[in-house]
Design a protein around this ligand. Structure first.
Ligand SMILES: [Zn+2]
Length: 357
């Protein structure tokens, strides 16, 4: 008999110790039908299968699986906007991030109506800001995520899917001291808010540096926010995050490396160039193909100086893209997108390839 007690999971523990996260940490459970997961006060999980058989496992790998999954990096096209760009600034450090599936997803996810609607926001964001001076980032989040209370009476399957998300990738704007106090009085917030806002990170020289914590209006982030102190009790050094923040950070890194490379060329046009393009599949479950053309003779090189990058005759998919960009930039090739929004091909030599888009 053991005198260790297992208690009901609190909200944070219910998020962490899910059956999916147990299977992510311990893949051998995928074939056993798990019925329930509970936790003992010695940091051990009790896993019960459908036959009532119990197993004990260390909780830590499940916590790590939860953190990894929450902050996973989606592929390049997952949040690329229909103009082939990244985030679009709205106001006060808040940005719109588009769901990429309507233009770049599987055939059965693609939807030109929603893509056109997204384009209206991408191209009209400046105007929207001027016309709606009192609209807050949370209002935009409600419209894009379709979370308005007007939708709550509509059954979920008939609700429009979300167009995108609103993220503060560099943290919430600073609130004047007087207003902070007012908010504290109203909602009786504890000092936790301070922790959410500032994170200590290490800079290039490994010195601690304070950074404002990114913020996102997505359901995953908001759920973590609701029980942040429980999460911090459960996982040492826990910081809130989500896949949208991870994607923006990776995209920023990509743009940063590209502009450093261009700066190092001191305004001379690069000879080593890459033109990339994405060609969606017509198969309902097809991934689409990512194609990369390179030249050592500059962007306007004639056809004979362009080669397509290939490996073992297998086409590249959306999942290869981050890694391919990393390789191009490491070898000092400047990447360009081959799809131009004005319809003019980026160069004459490749116009055959890009003509269909
Ligand atoms: Zn998010």
């Amino acid at each position: 008999m053991t005198n260790l007690t297992s208690t009901r999971l609190n909200e944070a523990q219910q998020m962490i110790y899910t059956i999916s996260n147990v299977c992510r940490a311990y893949p051998e459970y995928e074939n056993r039908n798990i019925n329930s997961v509970s936790k003992r006060d010695d940091d051990t999980l009790i896993i019960t299968d459908e036959d009532g058989k119990t197993f004990t496992e260390d909780a830590k790998p499940v916590q790590q699986a939860f953190t990894r999954f929450t902050n996973r990096l989606p592929h390049f096209f997952k949040y690329l906007n229909p103009s082939y760009g990244g985030k679009v600034h709205f106001k006060e450090g808040a940005y719109m991030l588009c769901k990429g599936d309507y233009k770049f997803g599987y055939k059965n996810q693609r939807n030109t109506t929603l893509e056109q609607l997204q384009l209206k926001f991408v191209n009209g964001m400046k105007k929207l800001k001027e016309n709606q001076p009192y609209a807050r980032p949370s209002d935009l989040a409600m419209i894009l995520q379709r979370t308005s209370s007007d939708y709550s009476s509509v059954p979920e399957e008939f609700r429009q899917p979300p167009l995108g998300y609103v993220v503060y990738p560099y943290g919430l704007p600073e609130v004047p001291k007087e207003q902070q106090i007012e908010i504290q009085n109203l909602f009786d917030l504890e000092d936790d808010a301070e922790d959410i806002d500032i994170t200590e990170i290490k800079d290039k020289d490994n010195k601690p540096k304070k950074m404002r914590t990114p913020y996102c209006f997505c359901p995953s982030y908001q759920r973590q926010l609701r029980c942040v102190s429980q999460l911090k009790d459960e996982i040492e050094g826990y910081t809130i995050g989500c896949k949208h923040i991870s994607w923006i950070q990776k995209f920023d890194e990509f743009l940063g490396r590209k502009s450093t490379l261009e700066m190092n060329l001191e305004n001379k046009a690069s000879e080593k160039v890459v033109v990339w393009g994405f060609f969606p599949s017509d198969h309902p479950k097809g991934q689409g193909v990512f194609r990369v053309f390179y030249s050592n003779k500059g962007l306007h090189a004639p056809k004979k100086d362009w080669k397509e990058l290939r490996e073992n005759d297998k086409p590249y998919t959306v999942h290869d893209v981050w890694n391919l960009f990393h390789r191009m930039l490491s070898k000092e090739y400047v990447p360009y997108c081959g799809h131009q929004s004005n319809g003019t091909p980026i160069n004459q030599a490749l116009k055959e390839v890009f003509k269909c888009h």
